[in-house]
Design a protein around this ligand. Structure first.
Ligand code: EPZ
Length: 418
C-alpha cells in the first residue's frame, strides 16, 4: 500500500504546469467510440481514470495507443461489442458515458452501473430519462443497464436537476439521433463545452454548449479528428489553494483564468493577491487569511470539486467560516480525517462550520475520495511535522504526478511503498 508523506510548513514558490482536464477526458474518450476514423486526443492527463477507460475501450475492440507525450489515438473501427462489464467499469463513475456513446453507435448498450467516488446517492435517473426520450428502451437487471432502440429520434429534454453527466451523456447519444434534440436546464461546466467542441470536430452539430439550452442536430456519421483537451480547472484550483495555505507565491500555468473566477474571488476575499495572465494565475499569500463563507453550485458557481480543499484552507483562517455543499448530499466524509490534522470543523447537514485554528499538526490519515485526498495533502502542507496519507489510489485517479509537481514548488512530499 502506497502512502504520501508530507513534512509541512514549506513555502511553495515557482510555477506549476496544469494537466488536461480529467472530467473532459473521461467524456471525450468514450465519445470517440462513435467516430468512423481515427481520433487523436492531445493534452490527456496521465491519471488512473484515463488508463481505466482506455483499457475498457480496448476490451470493446478499439485500437488505442497512448504516447509518452500524453497523446492518445483511438481507432474505433473494429469495436465489436456494446457490453461494458462491471469488472471493467467499477472503478470509475464516468463509465456512464459509455452508455451514450455505445447507444449512439450501435443503438444498443449494456453497461454496468458505475462505481467511482462515494459521497452520497449518485443517481443516473436523468441520463436514463434522456435516453428514453430519444427512443431507447431501458431495463436495469443485475446491475447492468440494458438499452436498445430501433433508431434514436431527437426530442426536447428538460433536466429536472442540473446534471453534468446527464447533459454530456444525452448530448453524445443525440449526435447520432434523427432530427433535433434540445436539452433544457443543461449544466454549463467547461468540460461540457470541451466535449461539445470535440464532437463538433468529428462532424456533430451541437450549438449552445456552455449555456443552459443545448441544441443537437443529429448526423448520420462522425469522422475522426485531432483534438486538444482543455486544462483541468480543479487541478488548477487545488494548486492555487496549496499556494494560499503555504504562504506561497505560485504561478499556475496552462489554465483558462475565466474558469477560476469563483475561486479567485474567494482567495482575494481571504487576503491573497491574485494576478491573472492570459493563460496563468499567480497566487501570492502571506498566510494571514480572513475567514469567508462559500456555497458550492453548478458552474459558474464555486465548484463542489474544490470544496474539501477549501475546507482545509479555511481551517487556518483567523475566525469562523461557513461552507455549504449544494451539489452532493454527503460530501463531508473526509472531515474526520482533517480533524486528525487539527482542523476544527462541525458538520450540520449540508453545512460545515469551520473554526480557524492557529496551527495544524501532522497525523496519519486516509483519503476517502479523490478531492478529499487533495484536501489532506493541502492540510499536510500547512501542518507542523509529518502527515502520512493512505488510500492514495483515490488521489492518483485524478492528479497527475502530484508529488513531483508539489516537490518542484518546494514541498517536502514523497511517495512511500510501505
Ligand atoms: C460530475 O459528476 C463530475 N464527474 C464530478 O466530479 C462533480 O462533482 C459533479 O459533476 C458536479 O460538478 C465527472 O465529470 C466525471 P452531476 P456527475 O450529474 O456528472 C444529481 C471529481 O471529483 N443527479 O452533475 O456524476 C446528483 O445526485 C468528481 O472530479 C440526479 O439527481 O454529477 C447531484 O446531486 C466527482 N440525477 C447533482 O445532480 C441524475 O441522473 C449533480 O450531479 C444525475 C445527477
Amino acid at each position: 500500500m502506497e502512502h504520501l508523506i508530507i513534512t509541512g510548513q514549506k513555502k511553495l514558490e515557482g510555477s506549476v504546469y496544469i494537466s488536461g482536464a480529467k472530467n473532459a477526458a473521461v467524456a471525450i474518450i468514450p465519445a470517440a467510440i462513435m467516430a468512423n476514423g481515427i481520433c487523436t486526443i492531445e493534452n490527456l492527463p496521465c491519471i488512473e481514470d484515463v488508463a481505466c477507460l482506455v483499457d475498457t475501450l480496448k476490451q470493446l475492440g478499439a485500437k488505442c495507443d497512448l504516447s509518452e507525450k500524453n497523446i492518445l489515438t483511438i481507432d474505433s473501427t473494429n469495436i465489436n461489442s456494446y457490453t461494458a462489464t462491471y469488472e471493467s467499469v467499477r472503478k470509475i463513475r464516468a463509465s456512464y458515458y459509455l452508455m451514450g456513446a455505445l447507444l449512439g453507435r450501435f443503438k444498443k448498450a449494456e453497461v454496468a452501473l458505475p462505481g467511482g467516488c462515494n459521497f452520497g446517492t449518485r443517481p443516473i435517473d436523468q441520463h436514463i430519462r434522456g435516453f428514453k426520450a430519444l427512443g431507447a428502451e431501458i431495463t436495469i437487471e443485475h446491475g447492468m443497464v440494458k438499452m436498445s432502440a430501433k433508431k434514436l429520434v431527437g426530442a426536447p429534454i428538460y433536466l429536472d436537476v442540473v446534471s453534468v453527466g446527464a447533459t454530456i451523456n444525452i448530448m453524445i447519444a443525440a449526435c447520432m439521433a434523427e432530427g433535433v434534440t434540445i436539452i433544457e436546464n443543461a449544466a454549463k461546466e467547461p468540460h461540457i463545452v470541451d466535449t461539445a467542441n470535440f464532437l463538433n470536430m468529428l462532424g456533430a452539430k451541437i450549438k449552445g454548449a456552455g449555456t443552459d439550452v443545448i441544441k443537437i442536430t443529429g448526423v448520420e456519421e462522425l469522422h475522426g479528428a485531432e483534438y486538444m483537451i482543455i486544462p483541468d480547472q480543479i487541478e488548477a484550483g487545488t494548486y492555487m489553494i496549496a499556494a494560499a495555505i503555504s504562504s506561497g507565491d505560485v504561478t499556475v500555468k496552462n489554465i483558462i483564468p475565466k474558469h477560476m473566477e469563483s475561486l479567485s474571488a474567494k482567495l482575494r476575499e481571504m487576503g491573497c493577491n491574485i494576478f491573472e495572465g492570459d493563460d496563468s494565475i499567480r497566487v501570492v499569500s502571506n498566510g494571514n487569511l480572513t475567514p469567508t463563507n462559500v456555497k458550492t453550485m453548478a458552474y459558474p458557481g464555486f465548484p463542489t470539486d474544490l470544496q474539501p480543499q477549501m475546507t482545509a484552507l479555511l481551517s487556518i483562517a483567523k475566525g469562523t467560516s461557513l461552507l455549504t455543499e449544494n451539489v452532493w448530499d454527503n460530501r463531508f466524509q473526509y472531515v474526520n480525517e482533517l480533524k486528525r490534522i487539527g482542523c476544527n470543523i462541525t458538520v450540520e447537514g449540508r453545512m460545515a462550520v469551520i473554526e480557524g485554528v492557529s496551527e495544524l499538526t501532522g497525523a496519519e490519515v486516509n483519503a476517502t475520495d479523490l478531492r478529499a485526498g487533495a484536501a489532506l495533502v493541502i492540510a499536510g502542507l500547512a501542518a507542523i511535522g509529518s502527515t502520512k496519507i493512505g488510500n492514495i489510489k483515490y488521489i492518483d485517479r485524478g492528479y497527475e504526478k502530484i508529488e513531483q509537481k508539489l516537490s518542484a514548488l518546494g514541498a517536502n512530499i514523497v511517495r512511500s511503498a510501505e
